[in-house]
Design a protein around this ligand. Sequence first.
Ligand SMILES: *Cc1c(COP(=O)(O)O)cnc(C)c1O
Length: 429
Amino acid sequence: MTDGPTYGFDTLQIHAGARPDPATGARQTPIYQSTAYVFRDAEHAAALFNLQEVGYIYSRLTNPTIAVLQERVATLEGGAGAVACSSGHAAQIMALFPLMTPSKNVVVSTRLYGGTVTQFSQTIKRFGWEAKFVDFDDLDAVKAAVDDDTRAVFCESIANPGGYITDLRTIADVADAAGLPLIVDNTSATPYLCRPIEHGATLVVHSLTKYLTGNGTVTGGVVVDSGTFDWSASDKFPSLSAPEPAYHGLRFHETFGALAFTFHGIAIGLRDLGMTLNPQAAHYTLMGIETLSLRMERHVENAEKIAAWLEGHKAVDYVTYAGLKSSPYFDRKKTVCPRGAGALFTVALKGGYDACVKFVDHLEIFSHVANLGDTRSLVIHSASTTHRQLTPEQQEAAGAAPNVVRLSIGTEDADDLIRDLDQALSAAG
Ligand SMILES: *Cc1c(COP(=O)(O)O)cnc(C)c1O
């Protein structure tokens, strides 16, 4: 099918990027389990290697199954193109790689997935990159953190795990005024609940591992480019605007326009960093995306019901879910993610650390795992697991204090989940 703006989300999540297989007529997208692709002739091979013609060379760079996934996610996010890669963390490096060089920095929100805090505060230093952590509700602090060496601004739409929602439009305006791209991690929201590009984001990154695949089978990531950023407006982004020696002096932005970032991500990023997704994983993710809206509706419906029930429970101190009227982010939810605040939130127990540990151990339907965005309901005590490497201040800022448990509400029967939570809260005392 041709993807027109007239198609709705439910149609696009099934059809965008896919057509019956031209070789066999196969209706479902085949898994092209092939490392290499035969060139028509020597001239064809040369044109592919010069980026004069788009096609398949080698599966570290491009693969037909992955191409369908890239187009599907780009369409759902309203972007110009996308590059899939091996994990959500790989996607974050793939997003920053064309923008950064040693001594440059990225201004990032303090409210981020725990692994991202570690990646940004520790690992990227080895590349000579720096992350400046700022409270994104303090606009003056965000503006003050931006300096001549800043190359990007990074946040999550709905921040995992604290139920925090970023005022994307305001942050995008700050990035715009400084001539910088805004990168939004949209993993917790998915494009069904939030489309960051409509709020001014330049790039959107995802962990495909979570809701997009949806059933805990795959590790994958993707970077979607809006195609709207002018990489040549300043000399800050030479990877995209200046001649590229590895391709005979080709300038990506001048040559590929709105697809500059996407082509760079494939022709340089995947080629040289090698963080490639495999076609089998792309297949599972495509299967998952076909039901994304149906699952997200149920995830949200269950999360709203369960968060409200927990908030009224005597053992519970507070619940941080932006879908609750008590949340300071309830109003922001209406503009940033009007279909719902996702299905991930934290619960603080009056009994503190000990009660949290007992509660987690007594749950039966909820699985105690370091994952989220599964059809199964999941629970984790962040302070003793995913956020263990962080300082107490970082834990607090990330919404992962010792008295707090994170729930990822699945698509099971909400009343069964409530009964399970009720018995575990009683057991926790
Ligand atoms: C899981 C997650 C990541 C990292 O993704 P992986 O696929 O595990 O590498 C990044 N951001 C958020 C919000 C996540 O939930």
